[in-house]
Design a protein around this ligand. Structure first.
Ligand SMILES: Cc1cc2nc3c(=O)[nH]c(=O)nc-3n(C[C@H](O)[C@H](O)[C@H](O)COP(=O)(O)O)c2cc1C
Ligand SMILES: [Fe+2]
Ligand SMILES: [Fe+2]
Length: 406
């Protein structure tokens, strides 16, 4: 049973309110990633006496829902500032409507934001471009705007509010899923995998910027962060803040500290399937924690989940059938995503299968190596594996084990 779309309005602190939309309708986030778990868009509103500051909005298409929600808390004509942390339309969706309803609003953002406002929404409202660490003072609060480029677009920034030690982070620290409450009580394994999936799917391509920006934020805030308020998922507070920051560091690690191996393969008529059952069996027997993502005539795994889990796997095994002289299309696509989002750094065992022309192996191997993956071994099988093929595969598995337990 699917829950209906719904709205949550709640306090994050005395004067900071969350306006959250629980989206159960979007099937493919960014028209790409499967999200049966749903997603939230979190906007925040600071009401400090006469001054009101809105941080971000909701997804494009939810303008009337957003306006109604905001109107139930304040009169839009009283809104003074809208801080735009990120121009992707899952957050900026209502800015045009806000501007039309109240042309007096001062929009605040990174210097690149005004051009994006014009290009994406055709508007040029009153705009204050803020420098890195520039501040805005209201009666009781001082907002510091920290540029966080490439998390997840070039114009992204965070807001730090020292008086409540809150860091508003937009996509960073976000998660897919619709948490039951505004704050999360614990970073459960399930919640961590939602965060990792969001991280790998959305920010993975820019992972080199994560640590750089986190270190900068920790320096600017002197580590005084008690609330992390992201734009997707739950608000993180108290002792979970440091845990979340450390998790983010882990997400960027090329060599994780676990025993996870992700096996991903296609199989049209069961040839690769047979080989991979053997591979999974051997690796499980050796105590690895194996996750299988298969693409067959009976099932199609979630590619978003696969990328999320592969991001922190110790190693990857790929099984690729040959299809019209090329890698099976879904595997071709997955290999592309692994290259783009994981950025290499992991051992991979590659097994391909063909009927009459052994053309795929070399091509995929070269692509993976160019992308900084370590191809432990690459084996091509012609249809049913022979005894010799199986021996080669067993030797390759030994090499993989050795590479992963060094
Ligand atoms: C639609 C289709 C296209 C194929 N195209 C090729 C091809 O271009 N070259 C080739 O050597 N084998 C090709 N094959 C053969 C398969 O790659 C081979 O049978 C392999 O063992 C399939 O493994 P699977 O059933 O696990 O997917 C094709 C098979 C199918 C069903
Ligand atoms: Fe984004
Ligand atoms: Fe987002």
């Amino acid at each position: 049973m699917r829950i209906e779309n719904s709205v949550v309005i709640d306090k994050v602190s005395k004067d900071l309110i969350i306006l959250r939309y629980n989206d159960t309708s979007t099937k493919y986030f960014e028209a790409l990633w499967e999200i049966p778990e749903g997603v939230t868009y979190n906007a925040y509103l600071l009401i400090d006496g006469d001054t009101t500051v809105l941080f971000d909005t909701w997804k494009k298409g939810l303008e009337s829902e957003f306006l109604n929600t905001l109107n139930s808390v304040i009169d839009i004509r009283d809104l003074d500032y809208v801080v735009i942390h990120h121009m992707e339309p899952d957050h900026s969706g209502s800015i045009k409507t806000l501007y039309e309803r109240n042309p007096g609003i001062t929009f605040i953002g990174h210097p690149m934001t005004s051009k994006l406002m014009r290009n994406l929404y055709g508007i040029s409202p009153k705009f204050r471009a803020v420098k890195d660490n520039e501040t805005l003072s209201t009666k009781n609060y001082q907002l510091a705007f920290i540029h966080a480029p490439w998390l997840h677009w070039p114009e992204t920034m965070f807001t730090y509010i020292p008086q409540i030690k809150a860091l508003i982070t937009c996509d960073v620290f976000g998660a897919y899923t619709i948490p039951k409450s505004v704050f999360i009580d614990e970073l459960s394994d399930e919640y961590i995998s939602s965060m990792r999936k969001y991280f790998a799917n959305i920010i993975g391509f820019y992972k080199d910027n994560v640590i750089k920006n986190l270190d900068k934020v920790l320096a600017v805030t002197e580590g005084n962060i008690e609330i992390i308020a992201p734009a997707h998922g739950a608000v993180i507070k108290g002792n979970l803040v440091n845990k979340a920051i450390n998790l983010y560091r882990e997400f960027t690690l090329k060599t994780p500290v676990n025993r996870k191996i992700v096996i991903a393969y296609s199989s049209m008529y069961g040839f690769v399937d047979g080989i991979m059952s053997h591979v999974a069996h051997v690796l499980s027997d050796w105590g690895f924690n194996v996750s299988i993502y298969k693409f067959t005539d009976k099932e199609r795994a979630s590619i978003g989940d696969l990328i999320g889990e592969a991001n922190n796997a110790l190693g990857i095994v790929l099984g690729v059938s040959t299809y019209d002289t090329e890698p099976f299309p879904l595997m071709d696509y997955i290999i592309n995503l692994l290259i783009k989002k994981l950025k290499g750094g992991k051992p991979v065992l590659l097994i391909t299968d063909y009927g009459w022309g052994d053309v795929v192996l070399r091509h995929v191997k070269t692509r993976l190596e160019k992308a900084d993956f370590t191809v432990i071994d690459a084996i091509s099988v012609n249809g049913i594996p022979t005894k010799e093929d199986l021996d080669k595969i067993d030797i390759a598995l030994q090499s993989l084990k050795q590479a992963l337990t060094q």
